[in-house]
Design a protein around this ligand. Structure first.
Ligand SMILES: NC(=O)c1ccc[n+]([C@@H]2O[C@H](COP(=O)([O-])OP(=O)(O)OC[C@H]3O[C@@H](n4cnc5c(N)ncnc54)[C@H](OP(=O)(O)O)[C@@H]3O)[C@@H](O)[C@H]2O)c1
Length: 340
């Protein structure tokens, strides 16, 4: 059994990791941590876990975590992960980092968007961007995974087939994205409290959201040229789920069935991407609580306008489910273990 720990186990992605990992056939949870004065049973934090797991959550101590685990999930805020990764790296432990600290490969881009200089340049290049649909072979041989962001996961999966097939005008891409409130983490802030969110719908950080450079980095990599998307996130009055409507101009008019065929072929072998038939758009209720990314297509031939809809659960395929999928690949387990 692989001994696994979670730092940040009291947060939203940490809770989701616990729920997935307690049913994993090849894993034993051996360490849970957050910021606590005294260790307490995890079932005191999450009563739904009573009788399912007998482990305490304690104050995070990287040295102790490294002693107790073969692999650690870092479900920590960005800028915190990079403080602790070197301690695990030195002890030769596997790491899946859910924060943004090891996703951007350019130090100055990281500083520009996360407002802090990167502290662990030595390990940055050792991290593999953990999007299995693009980098499965690299993940298989990796020790350190930078788990993708939630918005970027839905965006990249929705756009990549149109880009790599050469169909897309790469300068035309507009992402109209919506996220449930858990995407912001378990923090108390005016903009996220119930009366502000309930029965409301609002845009925020248009083109200045920290996920923009991540999306651009990955799309530029696959298209072998610079891509700059327009990225417009919105806050949905639901707990979880991401729904992105993505507008892509095509270079030339094409039969809609050919476009559908390109997407279906691209994801034919993928266990967690489902391309819907024409005229069938994804719905959040079909992906929430699952590790699936559902993709739907609409095409206007006269305008050469492709509209891709990409839907995921931000806490599962957008975070903890994808993190477990990455662990499964990295450790040689069934990729779908604990996820289907
Ligand atoms: N939420 C999402 O949909 C989502 C999706 C993709 C990626 N992510 C990323 O995943 C990471 C975790 O997100 P989240 O939504 O789970 O956040 P969260 O709900 O705010 O939880 C963060 C956890 O980290 C712990 N923590 C904070 N500072 C710490 C420190 N210095 N030492 C030890 N533990 C510390 C917190 O401890 P306490 O409980 O004691 O406060 C909490 O348990 C973030 O980097 C986020 O950007 C989140």
């Amino acid at each position: 059994m692989l001994k696994v720990g979670i730092a940040g186990a009291r947060g939203y992605t940490g809770e989701e990791l616990i729920k997935l990992l307690i049913k994993h056939p090849n894993v034993r949870l051996t360490y849970l941590a957050a910021t606590l004065e005294n260790a307490i049973p995890i079932s005191d934090v999450f009563p739904r876990l009573k009788g399912l797991i007998d482990l305490k959550i304690e104050n995070f101590d990287a040295a102790k975590a490294a002693d107790k685990c073969d692999l650690i999930f870092l479900a920590l805020p960005h800028t915190v992960s990079m403080e602790v990764v070197p301690k695990f790296a030195k002890k030769n432990k596997k790491i899946v980092d859910l924060s943004a600290d090891y996703r951007l490969k350019n130090f100055s881009v990281y500083k520009e968007w996360y407002h802090k200089a990167h502290k662990d340049k030595a390990n940055l290049k050792k991290f593999v961007y953990g999007l299995p649909e693009l980098y499965r072979e690299k993940i298989r041989h990796a020790k350190f995974i930078a788990n993708p962001g939630c918005y970027p996961t839905a965006a990249i999966l929705g756009i990549v087939p149109a880009l790599v097939s050469g169909l897309a005008d790469k300068d035309s891409i507009i992402i109209d994205a919506k996220s449930g409130v858990s995407g912001a983490g378990k923090k108390v802030e005016l903009g996220y409290i119930y009366p502000e969110v309930n029965e409301n719908f609002k845009g925020y950080k248009f083109n200045v959201h920290q996920h923009s450079p991540e999306i651009n980095q990955e799309l530029s990599k696959v298209s072998l040229s610079k891509v700059n998307v327009i990225f417009c996130p919105h806050l949905l009055p639901v707990n979880r789920g991401i729904y992105e409507t993505i507008y892509i101009k095509l270079k030339k008019a094409l039969d809609v069935n050919k476009i559908l065929g390109i997407y279906q072929r691209f994801y034919r072998q993928e266990p967690f991407v489902r391309v819907r038939g024409l005229g069938r758009l994804p719905e959040l209720k079909d992906v929430v609580g699952t590790n699936f990314c559902d993709i739907g297509l609409v095409y206007d031939a006269a305008a050469k306008q492709l509209i891709v809809v990409s839907a995921i659960d931000n806490l599962v395929k957008g975070a903890s489910g994808q993190a477990v999928q990455n662990m499964n690949i990295m450790c040689g387990f069934d990729e779908k273990a604990a996820l289907l």
